[in-house]
Design a protein around this ligand. Structure first.
Ligand code: SF4
Length: 66
């Protein structure tokens, strides 16, 4: 089991399951797993990328929220 997971949402007893209460959807497990055990559905990824792309076309100035 990967030791780099700060949210501790993956369990060595049940590696196929994710604790939905702890998971913060950071996608780090997908990036770091040497066995490629976790992956994104390519169709879903493309749909999200298509929807988000217009939001990132222009550079936005930093904002401070109080
Ligand atoms: S998405 Fe992030 S928080 Fe969720 S299981 Fe993967 S590494 Fe842990």
């Amino acid at each position: 089991m990967c030791q780099s997971m700060s949210a501790d949402a993956l369990s060595s007893e049940a590696p196929g399951t994710v604790d939905e209460e702890k998971c913060i959807s950071c996608m780090r497990c997908i990036q770091v797993c040497p066995e490629n055990a976790k992956h994104l559905d390519e169709m879903m990824l493309n749909a999200v990328a298509e929807k988000m792309e217009p939001l990132f076309r222009e550079r936005k100035e930093n904002e401070i929220f109080w």
